[in-house]
Design a protein around this ligand. Structure first.
Ligand SMILES: [Fe+2]
Length: 123
């Protein structure tokens, strides 16, 4: 595989941060559900948190595999309280839409810089 370009590596490092933030946010939602005595919902969000962590690690490994530098960026503190379980569900939906938009941006960048390996990984 060709070495990764600096712009693509930087964008992927940024995405690792977003995937880890997603994981952190979903874990925070899991904690909220645990506090609400809703263990089924808490478990579901915990599984989502693990999945997002896996997405982040997949991109992290990819950057290294391509000879790039996996640079870890600061992760924001996630929201802690919600008005109701329904508000959490709405927040998940909004967050997923945002992250899908970010992935689409990466696909566009991979196309622009003709980085087929990154394009394929993102699929
Ligand atoms: Fe993800």
């Amino acid at each position: 595989m060709a070495p990764i370009g600096e712009r693509m590596a930087k964008a992927l490092n940024e995405q690792v941060k977003w995937e880890l933030f997603s994981s952190y946010l979903y874990l925070s939602m899991s904690a909220y559900f645990s506090a609400m005595k809703l263990p089924g919902f808490a478990h579901w969000m915990r599984v989502q948190a693990q999945e997002e962590l896996m997405h982040g690690m997949k991109i992290y490994d990819f950057v290294i595999e391509r000879g790039g530098r996996a640079e870890l960026l600061a992760i924001d503190e996630p929201q802690f309280e919600w008005a109701s379980p329904l508000e959490v569900a709405k927040a998940v939906y909004d967050h997923e839409k945002k992250v899908t938009g970010l992935i689409n941006g990466l696909v566009n960048l991979a196309t622009e810089v003709k980085d087929h390996a990154t394009f394929n990984m993102l699929q």
